[in-house]
Structures are given as structure tokens and as C-alpha cells.
Design a protein around this ligand. Structure first.
Ligand code: ATP
Ligand code: MG
Length: 247
């Protein structure tokens, strides 16, 4: 079977600044891959490329069986609907309630009636351990709760692939652990089993991932299972884990 995601020789430059320099990546179906790397190394750019939100300068990107480079917006939309994107910083709509934030993709992409929408939204909020807050505006929630609303919204269309951008950034250890447990529980319940997680946090990556990769100078310098990465002899990996590469 095709991998869920495959990138080959992907280059991306912004205004003369090279971010990705021939990056290769394979994410098998059913697997969770974490991509770590310092601040500004291109982790968010990588997720945006996989979601077809931006196009590379060169290289091939296959996601969920489609070649996405050069695909027109009309063809990208149905593909993006099969992916859930948990944005860095949650990116909730402040003027909408928690309920309406989570319901948003259903209203955009389905013809479900109000009763079915309410049912789906309540199940999604229950899945992320958030009940009784659906009428509140996101501003009244803690950072950890906002992240969970973002995850509920990303999962509401039952995506085949979930892209998590820094799901634990800015959270205290207890809330970060809750997010790790949630991602683990979703996998155990066979909900959205294939995931790509971007994070600075190796311990979090090790908890939720089958494979962990380090992005450095535009390429993945190593991709390995968490324990192999922890004991890796690769200098960039050692430096990153020791906190010596800029985060
Ligand atoms: N739309 C854009 N226009 C210009 N430059 C961009 C754009 N998007 C990203 N960049 C640049 O590409 C580089 C990588 O950005 P990216 O957001 O992917 O970093 P990151 O690894 O996610 O960092 P962080 O850990 O801080 O979130 C940065 O230098 C950034 O300024
Ligand atoms: Mg980022």
C-alpha cells in the first residue's frame, strides 16, 4: 500500500532564504511520525506543504494517494478535507463559542442537520475530555483546553491523517501529558491513526510516535524509533537533545 505521505527531494525557499533543501520523508499508513527541530527550521512549512496549503519550488509530495504538487485548488479542497490540521497556537475563532468552533468544518463541508451536528460535536468534545464548556468563548479557557478544542475541530471530519503543529508548546508538563495521552488514546481507539506531529519536545515525541525525525538545515538528518534516536551517535541529534541546537 502507498504510504500516507511521501516527500522526495522537496525544496522550499522564501525570498532567497532556503528552508527545505531536498527533503525526503515517508510516513506509512497507521504510523505516527514526529518531526523535531529548532525554531525556524521549517517544521510548520513542512506541515503546510503536506496539507497543500503552500507549494514547493521543486520535488514531489504525495499525500493520501494524491500527487499534490501543482494540483489545482478545486482538487486540493477534497484532499484537505481528509486531513485534520491542528494549528500552532490552536487558531480558534475568538468570536465563536467552543461548540461553533468544533462544528465549523461540519457546517463548511457537510449537509448535516442541527441534531446530527450537535451529536458529532458533543462526541468530539467528550473524546478530548472537554464537556460542559461548549457555550463558552475560547478566551475563557486555559491554554491546554484551547489546544484540545483545536484537536476536536481537527478530528471532527474523521480525517485519515492528522497534522499536529506544536500541540504542547506553551503548556505546563501536566497539560502536555494530557495531550500525549489523548493522542495515544485516539490511536488505541483507531481514530485517525496516521499522524505527523511537529514538536520541540523529544520526551513528548517519544511518547506518541513510532518514528522520530530531526529536521536540520533543510533535511531530515535522522529518522528512527524513539529509543534509537535517544542513543543516536549522529552529531546533530546529540546536539539537539543536549539543547545545543537553537530551539
Ligand atoms: N509565508 C512565508 N513567507 C516568508 N517566509 C516564511 C514564510 N513561512 C515561513 N517562512 C520562513 O521559513 C522559515 C521556517 O519557518 P517555519 O514557520 O516552518 O519554522 P518552524 O520550524 O515551524 O519554527 P517554530 O518552531 O518557531 O514554529 C522561517 O525562517 C520563516 O521565517
Ligand atoms: Mg512552527
Amino acid at each position: 500500500m502507498d504510504p500516507a505521505v511521501q516527500l522526495e527531494g522537496v525544496w522550499k525557499t522564501f525570498e532567497g532564504h532556503r528552508v527545505l533543501e531536498g527533503l525526503d520523508l515517508v510516513l506509512p499508513r497507521g504510523a505516527t511520525l514526529s518531526v523535531m527541530g529548532g525554531s525556524g527550521t521549517g517544521k510548520t512549512v513542512l506541515l503546510r506543504l503536506v496539507a497543500g496549503l503552500i507549494q514547493p519550488d521543486a520535488g514531489r509530495i504525495q499525500a493520501l494517494g494524491e500527487e499534490i504538487v501543482g494540483l489545482r485548488e478545486e482538487a486540493l479542497l477534497p484532499l484537505r478535507r481528509r486531513m485534520g490540521f491542528v494549528f500552532q497556537g490552536a487558531a480558534l475563532f475568538d468570536s465563536l463559542s467552543v461548540f461553533e468552533n468544533v462544528a465549523f468544518p461540519l457546517r463548511e463541508h457537510t449537509a448535516l442537520g442541527e441534531a446530527a451536528i450537535a451529536d458529532r460535536v458533543h462526541r468530539a468534545l467528550e473524546m478530548v475530555g472537554l464537556e460542559g464548556v461548549d457555550r463558552l468563548p475560547p478566551a475563557e479557557l486555559s491554554g491546554g483546553m484551547r489546544k484540545r478544542v483545536g484537536i476536536a475541530r481537527a478530528l471532527i471530519l474523521d480525517p485519515e491523517l492528522v497534522l499536529y503543529d506544536e500541540p504542547t508548546a506553551g503548556l505546563d508538563p501536566a497539560n502536555a501529558r494530557l495531550i500525549a495521552e489523548l493522542i495515544g488514546a485516539l490511536k488505541a481507539r483507531r481514530v485517525s491513526e496516521t499522524a505527523m506531529v511537529v514538536t520541540h519536545d523529544f520526551e513528548f515525541a517519544a511518547t506518541v510516535s513510532d518514528q522520530v525525525a530531526l529536521l536540520h538545515r533543510g533535511r531530515l538528518v535522522e529518522v528512527a524509533d524513539p529509543e534509537a534516536l535517544r542513543t543516536s551517535a549522529t552529531p546533530e541529534v546529540r546536539a539537539f537533545l543536549a539543547g545545543e541546537l537553537a530551539r
